[in-house]
Ligand binder design. Structure first.
Ligand code: UD1
Length: 385
């Protein structure tokens, strides 16, 4: 028996696939690598495949190269989920892990969990229990199903525990460990700060191309991201959103990082920036995203991760969604839901600029140590197998 209590080697296989998975898996892989008796492997589904959507995160967060890349690429939800399942099953059977860890709420998460559940391989879900209560969101379906199939459920906030209890998940499976996203923020902040002022932001969609100089010279700026289908697949809303941002950018330069889906939609509707300070750029790496959020006067987004990062950084965040699966960012943090009410959004930005920004605090266990707590649970669980 080893010092850890593990009677035999424990093989933990991580499945990642899309951008928001990488910063969640990085600290867990690091924490487990320090535990004797645990062997790890990494499967990348290939849901995201561009340099700027995947490879840059592996480099910046020092994630070991995946052992296997399933290279499934893009497709409809059914096609993408099915392709991941089809390609993951033989890998699972060949590698025979003792535990598979899945992350967040993307299609790769639910697809891998479903394969494991059918093959009776234990699954741990990192970021379990979050609920927007909006089943039109593909991620909500992924969250609900993954949590029903998981054997170990690691929650980032106590609302997650309550949601899982209500859905009948046994209490002994649920572990309130805190937020692994914040582990990565804590570990990366010094490197991110060292990149200020950011260099090399790449202009896109006909935006002016001296973005770095404009931002370095600006007294204040806003940081904007938008990629949810419910926002960008609605051409009328997207046009009105961009018009609002163009107007805001006359007073406050805006760095808008454009997700591939959003770029496609903006191209389809023939959008070109008109606002003086409207700076459209290609997706940034993790460190630039972090330092831009930390230096920004305000963040406008529909991302889940940015709602959490801004709460930790203390930057006011205006979320272009009617609901959030991360309610502590609103109740304790700096997040405000503005929905699709663009007048409210413009007014909220003016209020921030006038000095009445929402302040907040970090929620419990958002302390940089969540992954170590996950490693403790995995170790103890492994000792009981
Ligand atoms: C996925 C997640 C979403 C997450 C987002 C972060 C699901 C259901 N959704 O949405 O929760 O917030 O990732 O980005 O899993 N594309 C590229 N290059 C890439 C990847 C995608 O150009 O590397 C383009 C393709 O045209 C693709 C589109 O982006 O069709 C959307 O990609 P997809 O993975 O289907 O969903 P996301 O919108 O990125």
């Amino acid at each position: 028996m080893s010092a850890t209590g593990l009677q035999k080697e424990l093989h933990v296989l991580h499945v990642v696939g899309a951008r928001p998975n990488f910063m969640k898996a990085a600290p867990v892989i690091r924490a487990l690598s320090g535990r004797p008796g645990i062997r790890q492997s990494i499967v990348h589904t290939g849901q995201h495949y561009d340099e700027g959507m995947s490879a840059v995160f592996f480099r910046e967060l020092s994630i070991p190269q995946p052992d296997v890349n399933l290279e499934v690429g893009s497709g409809s939800h059914a096609v993408q989920t099915a392709e991941i399942m089809k390609h993951f099953e033989p890998v699972l059977l060949e590698r025979k892990p003792d535990l598979v860890l899945v992350y967040g709420d993307v299609n790769s998460t639910v697809a891998a969990a479903l394969v494991c559940a059918k093959r009776l391989v234990p699954v741990g879900h990192v970021e379990a229990g979050l609920r927007s209560f909006d089943r039109t969101m593909p991620e909500e379906i992924n969250r609900l199903l993954t949590d029903q199939m998981a054997d170990l459920l690691f929650t980032p906030s106590e609302d997650g525990d309550a949601n899982l209890a209500r859905e009948g998940v046994a209490a002994e499976k649920i572990h309130f460990v805190g937020n692994v996203m914040i582990d990565t923020v804590c570990a990366s902040l010094p490197a991110a700060e060292g990149r200020w002022p950011v260099r090399g932001l790449k202009a896109t969609l006909g935006s002016r191309n001296n973005v770095d100089d404009v931002i370095a010279a600006a007294k204040a700026f806003g940081f904007v991201t938008l990629h949810r289908p419910s926002n960008v697949d609605d051409p009328d809303f997207l046009l009105r959103f961009m018009a609002t941002m163009d107007k805001v950018s006359e007073a406050l330069p805006l760095v808008f990082t454009v997700h591939p889906r959003t770029r496609e939609r903006l191209t389809q509707i023939g959008y070109t920036p008109t606002g003086e300070g409207m700076l459209l750029v290609e997706p940034t790496g993790y460190l630039d995203s972090l330092v831009l959020q930390s230096k920004a006067t305000v963040v406008v987004t529909d991302s889940g991760g940015l709602q959490e990062e801004t709460t930790y950084l203390g930057t006011p965040c205006l979320t272009v969604r009617e609901n959030t699966e991360r309610p502590v960012t609103v109740s304790l943090g700096t997040n405000t839901l503005v929905g699709q009410d663009l007048k409210l959004l413009a007014r909220a930005i003016s209020e921030v600029l006038a000095g009445s920004a929402k302040s907040g605090q970090a929620p419990p266990l958002w302390d940089g140590k969540a992954a170590e707590r996950i490693a403790d649970v995995v170790e103890e669980w492994g000792g009981q197998q």
